[in-house]
Each structure stands twice: as structure tokens, then as C-alpha cells.
Design a protein around this ligand. Structure first.
Ligand SMILES: [Zn+2]
Length: 79
């Protein structure tokens, strides 16, 4: 019953600094659809899902636009 608290301790969210690095590394482009990213429409996402043990680290991150990120998480949650 305490699973959600455990996720928080393991830090599921990328920090602001990590996000900037991820964004820069992706050349400000969504890694799914190629749309140009800005800090407003950008979301950092786990390459290997957090739920499967993926680390919240820059090397395990994808730069996605909000649309792609929403589409991806809808799919994951539906499974
Ligand atoms: Zn996209």
C-alpha cells in the first residue's frame, strides 16, 4: 500500500538542471516527432520506464513534446 511513497523517494521526476541538459542534448527537438521544443512544451521522459527500474538520470531520458509525452503515458497506463 505504500508503493507510491516509495516512488517518490526514488525520485521519479527530473530536476530542472537535468531537464535543461536533456533538452540541450536533444538539440531542442522532440525525439519522437521532431517538433521544435521550448521550455514550455518540453517534457523529460524515462527511456526505460521508471516502473521497470529505469533511473531518473540524463542518460535514461528522452526529450519529448507535451503531446508525445501524453500519448506515451496514456498508453502505458492503459496496459
Ligand atoms: Zn513530439
Amino acid at each position: 500500500m505504500r508503493a507510491e511513497g516509495t516512488f517518490e523517494l526514488a525520485r521519479r521526476c527530473f530536476t530542472k538542471t537535468q531537464k535543461l541538459l536533456i533538452l540541450r542534448r536533444a538539440n531542442y527537438k522532440c525525439q519522437y516527432c521532431g517538433t521544435t521544443l521550448s521550455e514550455e512544451n518540453f517534457e523529460a521522459d524515462h527511456k526505460l520506464p521508471f516502473a521497470q527500474g529505469g533511473a531518473t538520470e540524463v542518460w535514461n531520458a528522452l526529450a519529448l513534446c507535451t503531446d508525445c509525452n501524453r500519448r506515451k503515458s496514456d498508453k502505458l497506463e492503459g496496459e
